[in-house]
Design a protein around this ligand. Structure first.
Ligand code: ZN
Length: 272
């Protein structure tokens, strides 16, 4: 269809100038383009990490079977009508939008009973999409031609998908880095420990060095989200673990005696 219309060239150019009482005005007419569809979909950090596939349901306009159209005789398919009038300044040419076809240049001759005035019907379709790895919140992905179909055999609109990130229970996103909290016990902070940490790609073991302060950050390189690499493979952001000391609220008598004993020890006096 693109080839057929390219032959018309100038006749069907998208812009034409019309003379109005206010002067020349450029008017943009999308006679042969269906409108775009925009859809928002919710995605988890896991979806973004793995670049998962999703099936989405869309409602789009399609040309109904049996639609027929002919060239508008009033404007010969140009969508515009040119008049020449004699004024005191001489001959003046005015070009206005054809009122018969509303500037489309086509007239529908057969509209099936279930279609609208443009010969389109609404249909529900399933579309397979792959979430781009590392896509940002509000990131946009375009599927050309999957929007509404155009009447009169024109070009389809596009399907525009907007990704909305679902907040994660464990991870806070900052660009392609992830932040997470880890509580460790007082003995673990003093003696050091090995902890199992959840990442988006599974569990890993992390060493907590002895003498770890509350508020310390551990950096796990490459355990964040992938950067959207355009065919060059993926590199990843980091996972930053924020360490907090877990303080027990209730302790028993024995523990109380123990902590009373070490309370005054100079090793336990904070040094700012
Ligand atoms: Zn016309």
């Amino acid at each position: 269809m693109d080839d057929i219309f390219s032959n018309f060239g100038d006749i069907f150019s998208d812009e034409f100038e019309s003379f109005t009482e206010f002067g020349f005005k450029k008017k943009k007419v999308n006679r042969f383009k269906g409108s775009n569809l925009k859809i928002k979909i919710k995605v988890s950090l896991e979806d973004i990490y793995y670049g998962r596939n999703k099936t989405i349901k869309i409602k789009r306009m399609k040309v109904a079977p049996g639609v027929n159209f002919k060239t508008c005789v009033n404007c010969n398919g140009t969508g515009v009508v040119t008049n020449i009038t004699n004024t005191f300044l001489g001959k003046m040419q005015t070009t206005i939008q054809c009122s018969f076809c509303k500037g489309i240049g086509r007239i529908i001759t057969n509209v099936p009973y279930n279609a609208n005035k443009q010969g389109l019907i609404s249909v529900i379709e399933l579309v397979q999409i792959t979430i781009p790895k590392g896509v940002n919140d509000n990131g946009i992905f375009k599927i050309p031609g999957k929007g509404n179909e155009a009447p009169f055999g024109g070009k389809n609109g596009d399907l525009i998908i907007v990704f909305k990130e679902i907040p994660h229970k464990l991870f806070k996103r900052e660009g392609n880095d992830l932040h997470t909290k880890l509580y460790i016990s007082i003995p673990e902070a003093i003696l050091g420990s090995r902890k199992k940490i959840k990442t988006l790609s599974g569990f890993i073991k992390v060493n907590i060095p002895k003498g770890t302060q509350s508020g310390k950050k551990l950096l796990l390189k490459g355990k964040g989200l992938p950067y959207n690499g355009y065919g060059y493979g993926y590199s990843y952001g980091n996972l930053i673990i924020h360490i907090y000391l877990w303080t027990p609220i209730k302790i028993n008598k024995e523990q109380k005696i123990y902590f009373e004993k070490i309370k005054k020890n100079k090793n336990f006096v904070p040094k700012n």
